[in-house]
Design a protein around this ligand. Structure first.
Ligand code: FAD
Length: 413
């Protein structure tokens, strides 16, 4: 039941990692915040591999003790297998920073997202599960609240000073305000499933994410070891290549596995324990991160191809930046676009660095070869892979990638 007498200052649409982050950090700083989630948790979600820079936001959220106590598999590295089956040396996250944050986790999202939402409640967030947000209410250009459909099927308006859209790929405000900027070069799709008893590397590599290229580089498999001896394995490729004129998802998954012997070998003899899932992964972003009285975070602000497992990090990071901007704005009595969006530029530049690294991979970039040619950039590559994206010095990596490309073109002539 919504307490109309005690109107929230902020309403949040969606209880995924972005929504849980922004609302927890707001509540921690004394803001009255209510979160509306259409599902009842736990609910299934794809996106199981965290990257180490999540550490700092998880720390602010007081989530670290819970994660350390959990069954989630520890992840120390990422490794790449080329289409010829050659495996690069793992990129261990401690190369740069020998610290707690050089390790992260492989999480079942149903469990992780529920942990985040309950943690939000413990910090004073009022959550409403099974409540769908139907619309964002505007007075002219200013967002003034939301319309919800409550558990009893009744429509109700909830007013607030700030509306945060954390609705994931539903992207309520991107759609309503026509803010979508698609990225047609990254129109990908995924087909995935779960195995029990599949191969794991020994020791510290047990929890590594492995990225395995399919024959002719037409796609790649993720291989993510989870707890209870489960492995998440999925193929990503151009949407048309995977989904047009090729039969059922089951058939395509089996065919792609045949085209990636290194992935096939890992699941041989293991038991497939779920159905096959499929989704589109079209990269997009919003033209703007905020307006008068509204802010976008997580996938509701932009979605990036899943290659480097950056989605949850970006959800947490944008949630953190938005929370701090909102708190400052509420204190000053200023919830205009100017105030709410002051983090937008730096964030978008960081996200763009990750996008460029994704595009380089699809363009044939080989991590091992690059680090052999530019050993001075090994630390920068690790920084990008852990999600430490917000440093201008990283742009030099892309200059060196361009140099390496022109060198190989000259060699080929
Ligand atoms: P979500 O987690 O999608 O949460 C949004 C919430 O809003 C949902 O719970 C939804 O029910 C709710 N909602 C939506 N509409 C409404 C409404 N109208 N009213 C109320 N509630 C609503 N990321 C990683 O970090 N690592 C990975 O390995 C990874 N792999 C991926 C693989 C694939 C194939 C894909 C597609 C994505 C992957 N991602 C990965 C990305 C990651 O899943 C997302 O970036 C992340 O979930 C974003 O969090 P979010 O909170 O913004 O959105």
């Amino acid at each position: 039941m919504i307490d109309i007498q005690n109107k929230p200052q902020v309403v949040v649409i969606g209880g995924g990692p972005a929504g849980a982050t922004v609302s927890t950090l707001l509540a921690q700083q004394g803001v009255r915040v209510e979160l509306f989630e259409r599902e009842k948790f736990p609910r299934f979600h794809i996106g199981e591999s965290l990257i180490p820079e999540t550490y700092w936001v998880l720390k602010r959220l007081n989530m670290l003790p819970k994660l350390k106590d959990s069954q989630f598999i520890k992840k120390y590295s990422v490794q790449f297998v080329s289409d010829s089956g050659k495996q690069s040396a793992p990129f261990y996250f401690h190369d740069n920073k020998d610290h707690d944050c050089s390790q992260t986790w492989q999480v079942r999202r149903s469990e992780f997202d529920e942990m985040m939402l309950r943690n939000a409640e413990e910090h004073g967030v009022k959550t409403h599960e099974g409540v769908r947000v139907l619309d964002v209410l505007f007075d002219g250009e200013r967002a003034i609240g939301i319309q919800i459909m409550d558990e009893n099927g009744e429509k109700r308006d909830v007013h607030a000073d700030v509306v945060v859209d954390a609705s994931g790929q539903s992207s309520m405000l991107i759609n309503k305000l026509k803010l979508r900027v698609p990225d047609p070069s990254l129109n990908k799709g995924s087909i995935w499933t779960y195995y029990k008893g599949a191969k794991r590397d020994p020791g510290r590599d047990e929890g590594a994410t492995t990225v395995l290229q399919v024959e002719n580089k037409q796609g790649w498999f993720w291989y993510i070891p989870l707890h209870d001896d489960i492995v998440s394995i999925g193929v990503v490729g151009d949407f048309d290549y995977l989904f047009k004129g090729r039969g059922s998802h089951e058939q395509v998954f089996a065919e792609e596995l045949e085209r990636c012997p290194a992935a096939k070998m890992r699941v041989e003899g293991a038991e497939q324990v779920t159905k096959i899932f499929a989704t589109k992964d079209f990269t997009y972003k919003s033209k703007q991160a905020a307006g008068d009285g509204w802010v976008l975070i997580g996938d509701a602000l932009g979605f990036l191809d899943p290659l480097y497992s950056s989605g949850v990090l970006l959800a947490l990071k944008s949630g953190e930046l938005a929370a701090d901007a909102i708190v400052e704005g509420l204190k000053k009595g200023d919830t205009s676009r100017n105030q709410l969006a002051h983090w937008e530029r730096e964030y978008m530049v960081g996200m763009e660095r990750m996008r460029k690294l994704v595009c380089e991979y699809y363009d044939g970039f080989n991590f091992g070869r690059f680090v052999r040619r530019f050993p001075n950039h090994r630390g920068d590559i690790t920084d990008l892979l852990i999600g430490d994206l917000f440093k201008d010095s990283l742009d030099e990596v892309f200059e060196s990638i361009a140099t390496m490309k022109s060198e190989s073109e000259m060699m080929a002539e």
